[in-house]
Design a binder for this molecule. Structure first.
Ligand code: SAM
Length: 330
């Protein structure tokens, strides 16, 4: 029986919770960090692991079945591997996955696997170590690439590589990135840049999915792959003869709000109905002041009531969204 109670006014079933466990990151990606001073949450402002597990359990009682752990960079938070193991053990949670920049992957893939995680998303915007440094501020391309190889050797599947497509920055590499899906079973996913917070890149440079698709089509015929029930918003394809897949996350050009099944829990303990709208409900305050599980469940329901039909960028094209990706969770 479907126990989901998280159904919004547009009849979307919200069974997927993205959890940002930290606002800290060991990279400073040009499209993610704000142009002015980076403000950091204090230790007390961040949800403890126990609090996160409690909130996830409430979500599960309302029908959440899928959680993705993100950040900031989740692997920089102390105790993350033990946390992941506890998370995957919660009854009722059918799918737990992780998004990482891959810097700590090589040395910790085993721990992630032992914690019960099989699916992993890794951010990689370029195959050029110098450009990697230019985009992220760190000279860690080799480390990340080795991490990706280790994850593959250990049998993580699928391994999704997230590429934020930026005109004038990595647009000359789209074809090379797409080629990875021939050499490896990776899912190479091109993400449209979203203007969020005070990112250094402002409102551009936009490179939208139809253009990316056109450019990489030089490699062959892109055959659509049927989305499965629990799939995210990626539009999936496969090159004929390819081992992996190609995906597009067209947050702006063909936004997927009508199919959105997500809620977000921020590192500071706010529930958000949408990454790209500013509404959020505080759940940390009530939790810390000892409110009941029923009251916490009501905060989930209130958040769901505020889920917009579509996000600000879709309805008002290129209005900026407040908050920072690293704190909300990408
Ligand atoms: N540190 C982890 C990582 O690098 O994957 C998880 C957090 S990161 C914020 C999650 C994803 O959001 C990354 O793939 C990143 O490239 C993407 N991202 C960050 N800012 C973005 C933006 N403004 N537009 C589109 N994607 C963005």
């Amino acid at each position: 029986m479907d126990k989901i109670k998280l159904i919004d006014q547009y009849d979307r079933h919200l069974n997927y919770l993205r959890v940002s466990i930290t606002d800290r990151c060991n990279l400073q990606c040009m499209y993610c960090v704000p142009q002015d001073l980076i403000t950091r949450l204090s230790h007390e402002d961040i949800l403890t692991y126990e609090e996160i597990l409690h909130i996830v359990t409430i979500g599960i009682s309302l029908g959440v079945t899928k959680v993705r752990v993100t950040g900031g960079e989740p692997l920089v938070r102390k105790g993350v591997y033990e946390f992941l193991a506890e998370l995957t053990r919660i009854p009722g949670l059918l799918d737990v996955s992780l998004t990482t920049n891959g810097i700590y992957l090589k040395d910790n893939a085993e721990k992630i696997r032992s914690a019960g995680i099989n699916r992993i998303n890794i951010s990689l915007d370029t195959l050029n170590p110098q450009k990697y440094k230019q985009i992220t501020g760190k000279d860690t391309f080799d480390q990340v690439w080795q991490g990706i190889q280790t994850a593959q050797d250990m049998g993580f599947t699928p391994i999704k590589l997230n590429v934020v497509a930026l005109d004038g920055v990595n647009d000359d590499e789209l074809v090379e990135m797409a080629k990875l899906s021939f050499a490896y079973p990776f899912h190479v996913r091109f993400i449209e840049y979203m203007p969020i917070g005070q990112s250094r890149m402002g409102n551009g440079p936009l490179l939208l999915a139809p253009e990316i698709k056109k450019r990489i089509s030089a490699l062959g015929n892109l055959v659509p792959v049927q989305n499965s029930k629990n799939d995210g918003p990626a539009k999936r394809y496969r090159f004929e003869g390819g081992r992996g897949e190609i995906g597009f996350i067209p947050a702006l050009s063909q936004h997927f709000c009508d199919k959105c099944n997500r809620l977000r829990l921020t590192a500071s303990g706010k529930l958000r109905p949408c990454l790209l709208s500013d509404h959020q409900e505080d759940i940390k305050g009530p939790l810390r002041s000892g409110c009941s599980d029923q009251e916490l469940a009501e905060i989930f329901l209130k958040t769901v009531d505020h889920k917009p039909s579509d996000h600000n960028l879709a309805s008002h094209h290129l209005v900026r969204v407040c908050g920072e990706m690293r704190a909300i969770g990408g």
